[in-house]
Write a protein that binds this ligand. Structure first.
Ligand SMILES: C[S@@+](CC[C@H](N)C(=O)[O-])C[C@H]1O[C@@H](n2cnc3c(N)ncnc32)[C@H](O)[C@@H]1O
Length: 241
């Protein structure tokens, strides 16, 4: 264990209920490239970073979490409910989209429950867990967005203690489901900085559908993309989730 990790050992403890905090660009960029209907609900909202991005993008927002981490104070206008998303009865406004960064050992349970409650669902997942996630095959997965550069997701306590942020060593992706979609999931990359393509008037989805067939066939396959990402995996600084 490094000196810095030993110093922060208490906040790296899993007992902090998996409060690993993604950088805001991860959700800001998602709302720039995807459109959702109705309220954005985050059932594992923590500090409310995803909901702050959703609100800035013009959506009404609702947050739930097992632990009240002060999201309502951090995101004025946010409605917060303390609840166990997996066990408590959950009532959400209609329509709504469920978007969150769930505890990574519970992505399947979170996703399956969310898909019972909403048509559109998006969740962050470590890329290294994708190959073993065979349960995804039975879901209406629409897109995998690889996040680049690697986002650093330290524990909230580490951030509050003024710990260094950056140098992420794990790859993450947004998984997007749409219960009304048909066909195989596709792969995209979501960069921290907006690309020229993002800044076009049309969202990426319609731009792609306008490409000639010959260009579409050049899209790298999902398997190839996964292989590339897994090949690039390096050492892990924060304890793996
Ligand atoms: C990865 S963090 C989310 C970080 C968040 N995006 C933020 O801005 O702070 C996961 C969150 O899920 C919450 N959580 C864990 N199990 C839960 C459950 N069964 N129901 C609701 N929330 C849960 C944790 O308390 C934690 O705040």
């Amino acid at each position: 264990m490094t000196a810095s990790k030993a110093r922060y050992a208490h906040i790296f403890d899993r007992a902090a209920a998996d409060h690993y905090v993604e950088p805001s660009w991860v959700s800001q960029r998602l709302f720039e490239v995807e459109r959702f209907a109705g309220t954005i609900a985050d059932p594992a909202c923590g500090w409310g970073r995803i909901l702050a991005s959703a609100q800035a993008a013009g959506y009404p927002v609702l947050g739930l979490d097992l632990v009240d981490r002060g999201a309502a104070e951090r995101v004025p206008g946010l409605t917060f409910q303390q609840a166990d998303f997996l066990r408590d009865p959950i009532v959400l406004p209609h329509p709504c989209a469920i978007i969150c960064n769930p505890p990574f050992d519970q992505v399947e349970s979170f996703a399956l429950k969310a898909l019972e409650l909403a048509h559109q669902v998006a969740m962050i997942m470590p890329v290294r867990r994708l190959p073993a996630a065979r349960w995804l095959q039975a879901t209406p997965l629409r897109w995998i967005y690889f996040l680049t550069p690697r986002p650093s997701m330290p524990p909230g306590g580490h951030i509050e203690a003024g710990g260094r942020i950056g140098g992420g060593t794990q790859d993450y992706a947004w998984l997007l489901w749409d219960t009304r979609s048909i066909g195989e999931p596709g792969v995209r990359w979501l960069m921290r900085r907006r690309s020229r393509r993002d800044m076009g008037e049309r969202p990426i989805t319609s731009v792609r559908s306008r490409l000639p067939r010959s260009s579409r066939s050049r899209n790298i396959s999902m398997i190839q993309s996964l292989a590339l990402y897994l090949a690039n995996r390096t050492r892990v600084r924060f304890r793996q989730r």
